[in-house]
Design a protein around this ligand. Structure first.
Ligand SMILES: O=C(O)c1cc(=O)[nH]c(=O)n1[C@@H]1O[C@H](COP(=O)(O)O)[C@@H](O)[C@H]1O
Length: 225
């Protein structure tokens, strides 16, 4: 399986179509998140899915169990390959999300956003380092029957060691020397895969490049070498 999912973060349908066409040959799939979904809704997702690449729908659901279950049911006709919920929603919410999803959708739990560090966790009352919190939420997601988690490359090896058949989504991926922007816990694509990532979510290093197809091809080559 080609592990590179390109994050198509744009409100513009036209730009999204352009980017999907640019990465179509060399990506394993595309990730559509809150920016695209808020602007284009389920119809927009369906129209990108119609281009033929697997779609990872990243809406990071986090609400009471009934609301999340109803939202997952409403999204089911889109048949996403992967769907995100927040692990911090708790066990009952995670179980409800998984029960409402169609069997072909991998439901994965976001643990600690890659834009956060230990100081950010302390500021919201969590007195653990990101790795410890990721391990705690990975255990919760696993026991709630989810397919895997989203975590940074800095924690994926530890999480995989305790959940060998889990599905591990790693965003916050940058080529060596790449611009971090708002990401804090970052690794290279090669490192993330070596440490156990199942798929990589890569956005701006590809989509903000002058030639997105060439940027993707360079990253793909760095993984093969
Ligand atoms: O769930 C995600 O995909 C996600 C989780 C996380 O912890 N960090 C994170 O960056 N993401 C997403 O991954 C993408 C990263 O984009 P770039 O920083 O441009 O590569 C964005 O679409 C984020 O919404």
């Amino acid at each position: 399986m080609n592990p590179i999912f390109v994050a198509i973060d744009t409100p513009s349908m036209e730009r999204a179509r352009f980017l999907a066409a640019q990465v179509r040959e060399a990506a394993g799939g595309v990730k559509l998140g809150l920016e695209f979904f808020s602007a284009n809704g389920p119809e927009g997702v369906a129209s990108i899915a119609a281009l033929g690449l697997p779609v990872f729908l990243d809406v990071k659901l986090h609400d009471i169990p009934n609301t999340v279950a109803k939202a997952v049911e409403a999204l089911a006709p889109l048949k996403p390959a992967v769907l995100t919920v927040h692990a911090a929603g708790g066990r009952a919410m995670l179980e409800a999300a998984k029960a409402a999803a169609s069997p072909e959708t991998r439901v994965v739990a976001v643990t600690v956003l890659t834009s956060l560090d230990g100081g950010d966790l302390r500021s919201i009352g969590i007195d653990s380092e990101p790795r410890e919190q990721v391990e705690r939420l990975a255990a919760l997601a696993r026991s709630a029957g989810l397919d895997g988690i989203v975590c940074s490359g800095a924690e994926v090896a530890a999480a995989k060691a305790t959940w060998p058949d889990g599905f591990f989504v790693v965003p916050g991926v940058r080529p060596p020397g790449g611009d971090l922007s708002d990401q804090k816990r970052v690794v290279t694509p090669r490192q993330a895969l070596d440490d156990g990532a199942s798929i990589l979510v890569i956005g701006r290093p590809i989509t903000a490049a002058e030639d997105p197809a060439a940027a993707l091809s360079d990253i793909a080559a760095s993984i093969r070498d």
